[in-house]
Write a protein that binds this ligand. Structure first.
Ligand SMILES: Cc1cc2nc3c(=O)[nH]c(=O)nc-3n(C[C@H](O)[C@H](O)[C@H](O)COP(=O)(O)OP(=O)(O)OC[C@H]3O[C@@H](n4cnc5c(N)ncnc54)[C@H](O)[C@@H]3O)c2cc1C
Length: 459
């Protein structure tokens, strides 16, 4: 469906204030793509609800009228997750952006889905608390819940999934339900909250969430470690974790990416396989002990350089550079799009995966950069090419395919954190077998008309 009739437009604009519904071309085009090359079908209109009641009224009507609906946060996904594939209505949740309540004594906050991660942390920071999942991008909480996003600190603090206690969800036909509770633990029946976490807007619209928070760590220590080769850097990962050191971040970087970071940000880093680590602690004394042990372990694994004691500004620059890896790669390859590998494996298999991936990139001679959240066994390869050049792009697809197949064979997954969207649908059967059928049956149960974010997760 590419255009709404006048009757559709009249009804939809009646659900919200006039400025919160648009059939303007520029708004529709803005909601046609995330950061991936995936393109869908131009939506017929965009609506910005501000309450659960509005979402419910809109969905009850779209359901009756067979209109596809695609929820939208701020569109920072990497797999086409919020891209409308059958036109229809895009429901942009970014105006539901209130932190409803912070309860510092419970370490909890109630939020609307359009709250941005950094704004939430600004507000909870007043109480010495933060929401740890950190995908780098300033995403909405609703988008993070829907994708089960995570990031550099997942190794210590966990993924978004671990911070969602309670949800309000509007089901595809407009019914409002509450899942979970505000207790830290519960064994009460099926875990419906976890069903909606990672469902990518295919089962309903999240309109409110109760989140767990964590205390802001008092002391930080950043460390960079240089290794002679990729295998020894990757092998050190399991050794560091196995020693009980509990890093707050443990990232692998390879020379190609470090080179780009050096050129763009003047970091002066050694351009060899490296680990960036961060440790959080209750005092500088404990961090000094941690750092001494980490140094010993890394040197036993062949490390040739171990740097710590970064000034606060330097530490922030280092992590900013790591967070901006994708942007840096993108800027280094103007007029190219990126295909992002997001496989994850058990950490014992991480060395095999990183070496295999780098070999593929080198053999196929593509512009590709291997790095990842090593502590979680999460491997990224960001590859840049022109999607309109079939020869160039098919090489990237082939590499992605081979890495995912290897990861699944090793007990891993096609996506550690970005979600399935459009790009990873083709691997779902391979990874989940008969469970994929059960996922389809759950989808059919909640959305028998297939109207919620169609074309995602399922082919
Ligand atoms: C530079 C860069 C780096 C990134 N690094 C990481 C990383 O390290 N880790 C990581 O996990 N991700 C990463 N991402 C991906 C992205 O930031 C996350 O997936 C994020 O969670 C998307 O949030 P969003 O608000 O942009 O949601 P959108 O992209 O707008 O939507 C995401 C999905 O959620 C659905 N959705 C949105 N709101 C709702 C709602 N209220 N109810 C139901 N469904 C909803 C959409 O339909 C879609 O399927 C990165 C992105 C960029 C641009």
């Amino acid at each position: 469906m590419q255009e709404f009739t006048q009757a559709h437009t009249g009804t939809l604009s009646g659900f919200v204030e006039p400025e919160r519904f648009s059939v303007g071309k520029s708004y529709r085009e803005l909601h046609l793509h995330d950061i991936s090359p995936h393109r869908g079908e131009l939506p017929a209109g965009i609506i910005w609800p501000i309450s659960t009641e509005e979402v419910s009224n809109i969905l009850a009507w779209t359901y009756r009228n067979d209109i596809p609906v695609t929820p939208w946060g701020v569109g920072t996904s990497t797999e086409g997750n919020p891209v409308p594939t059958r036109g229809g209505l895009v429901m942009d949740l970014s105006k539901m952006d209130r932190v409803l309540e912070v309860r510092p004594q419970d370490l909890q906050a109630d939020v609307q889905p359009g709250v941005l991660r950094k704004e939430l942390n600004r507000q909870t920071g007043r109480y010495g608390l933060f929401f740890p999942p950190d995908p780098g991008a300033d995403a909405t909480i609703g988008g993070m819940i829907a994708n089960n996003a995570s990031g550099v600190q997942t190794i210590k603090y966990g993924a978004t999934r671990d911070y969602v206690l309670r949800l309000s969800v509007v089901l595809p036909h407009g019914e409002v339900i509450q899942t979970g509770c505000a207790a830290r633990k519960s064994s009460s029946g099926y875990d419906l909250t976890r069903l909606f976490v990672g469902s990518e807007g295919t089962l309903g619209v999240i309109t409110e969430a109760t989140l767990r928070l964590a205390g802001i760590p008092a002391y930080h220590l950043a460390v960079t470690v240089v290794f002679p080769d990729l295998r020894s850097a990757s092998e050190a990962v399991a050794m560091i974790i196995g020693s009980g050191l509990e890093p707050a971040a443990l990232e692998l970087l390879t020379p190609g990416l470090i080179g780009l970071m050096n050129r763009e940000k003047g970091l002066g880093l050694v351009e060899q396989p490296s680990l960036f680590c961060e440790f959080h602690g209750i005092s500088n004394i404990t961090l000094k002990e941690t750092s001494d042990l980490a140094k010993e372990i890394c040197e036993n694994c062949g490390a040739t350089d171990f740097r710590h004691g970064f000034e606060e500004g330097e530490r922030k620059d280092l992590w900013r550079a790591r967070h901006e890896a994708w942007e840096t790669i993108h800027r280094a390859h103007p007029n190219r799009e990126t295909l992002i590998v997001d496989a994850a494996v058990p950490i014992s298999k991480y060395p095999e995966m990183t070496v295999f991936s780098q070999l593929l990139v080198d053999e196929r001679n593509v512009s590709g950069y291997v790095f990842g959240h090593a502590g979680d066994g999460n491997l990224h390869v960001v590859m840049a090419a022109d999607p309109n050049n079939a020869d160039e792009w098919s090489k990237l697809e082939e590499i992605n395919d081979r890495i995912v197949r290897r990861a699944v064979k090793l007990g891993g997954t096609c996506t550690g954190e970005h979600g399935v969207g459009i790009g990873k649908r083709k691997f779902m059967e391979l990874e989940h077998g008969r469970s994929y059928e059960l996922m389809k049956r759950i989808k059919d149960l909640l959305d028998p008309k297939g109207l919620m974010n169609p074309g995602k997760i399922f082919m």
